[in-house]
Design a protein. Structure first.
Length: 61
């Protein structure tokens, strides 16, 4: 499932970097921390690789 907003894509990228050990888990905040804890590396990769062109800044509810 691809990301539905630029913010979601960025959060997934940060969580993925933490899963891979590129940044510390303690540096994560909000959505990226939740994604880190609840999603697998494969799921995060799918969200993070979503092209940002045409996505809204934030997901509308």
């Amino acid at each position: 499932m691809p990301a539905t907003s630029k913010a979601q894509q960025k959060a997934a990228g940060a969580a993925l970097a933490a899963k891979r050990g590129e940044i510390k888990k303690s540096e994560l905040q909000g959505a990226s921390r939740e994604m880190y804890e609840s999603m697998t590396e494969d799921q995060l990769e799918e969200f993070a690789e979503t092209k940002r062109k045409g996505l809204p800044e934030k997901k509308s509810d």
